[in-house]
Design a protein around this ligand. Structure first.
Ligand code: RIB
Ligand code: CA
Length: 311
């Protein structure tokens, strides 16, 4: 029985790799994509999600457009140098054929969870605004969601958008605090593991040999993303594997080592977006999240290579 997954996303170059990997994985049934601001403005993220379901020849998969800004404070959107002005590496792809469904992302999340009690895994790959709004719209979903497996946070390593904050959490720290503070099973796939999985130029050259519509899109999108990783980290064409690692966790959680730590999110000041793992439970009895602290990077890259080259 395939795992029913609802992906919340801000595509996004690594989001695109994650979504295409998910569509190429029969172990997963993608019940919908919900979009959120982050790697670009919401209009681009929604259009890019529609482009991806069409590229995947899955126009039947609904796309619901979501939040265009954080819940409380406006975080500065500085993603263009990372993902391009269009969110897809300045590929400026043709407009999608389809349209988003006529409800918001939060409404779509609530409807899908209520219609499939205990069966839906939420896979947020961007700021957690839609997830928090869905919790506020219908708090019951906390007890009806199978699992929340999110890309975000940094428990044992520095941040990427600030010395302490990872980008998805930083872009809506108030939403993240609600998500980590709710009584539901959360898995945090953070920078602790995603920065240990490096897609190298040799990895990409090998993928490009498959010469499929997926790999041709990746080949066009990646230079902007590789350029950011070189300018910021000096990575010479390699990139971190953020969102695809979340899909890997859905497919092979045994590739990861985890700890059960309550996670609190700082929401104000210069440390906003800091995900604090309360290892000794000094701040009370918040439900622990399953925090990924280790990964078999070779195994993960082998799986991603195999799935990204299918068509
Ligand atoms: O920090 C990495 C995360 O921020 C990824 O989800 C990437 O797509 C961006 O959204
Ligand atoms: Ca993302």
């Amino acid at each position: 029985m395939a795992k029913k997954v609802l992906i919340d996303t801000d595509p996004g170059i690594d989001d695109s790799m994650a979504i295409l990997t998910a569509f190429n994985s029969p172990e997963l049934e993608i019940v919908g994509l919900t979009t959120v601001f982050g790697n670009s403005v919401i209009e681009n993220c929604t259009a890019n999600a529609l482009r991806l379901v069409e590229l995947a020849r899955r126009p039947d998969v609904p796309v619901a457009s979501g939040a265009g800004r954080p819940m409380v404070v406006d975080a500065e959107l500085i993603a263009a140098p990372v993902h391009g002005e269009d969110g897809m590496g300045n590929t400026h792809l043709p407009a999608p054929q389809g349209q988003p469904v006529g409800m918001t992302a939060a409404e779509f999340i609530v409807k899908t969870v209520l219609e499939n009690p205990g069966e839906i895994t939420l896979a947020p790959l961007g700021p957690l605004t839609n997830i928090a709004l869905a919790l506020m719209l219908e708090p019951k979903i906390a007890g009806l969601v199978k699992e929340v497996v999110l890309m975000g946070g940094a428990a044992t390593v520095p941040g990427n958008i600030s010395p302490v904050a990872e980008a998805n959490i930083f872009h809506d720290a108030h939403a993240a605090e609600r998500v980590f503070g709710a009584d539901w099973p959360v898995v945090m796939v953070g920078l602790d593991v995603t920065t240990r999985v490096m897609m190298t130029p040799a990895f990409f050259d090998s993928i490009f040999k498959a010469d499929t519509p997926y790999t041709r899109l990746l080949q066009k999108m990646l230079p902007v993303y590789q350029g950011f990783h070189h300018d910021f980290y000096g990575m010479n064409g390699s990139v971190h594997t953020h969102d695809p690692s979340t899909i890997t966790y859905l497919l092979r959680p045994d590739f990861f080592q985890t700890e059960e730590w309550p996670v609190h999110v700082e929401t104000t000041g210069r440390c906003a977006g800091f995900t604090i793992a309360d290892r000794a439970r000094q701040w009370g009895d918040r439900r622990p999240a399953r925090v990924c602290v280790g990964v078999d990077a070779v195994a993960e890259l082998g799986l991603l290579h195999e799935r990204l080259t299918r068509y």
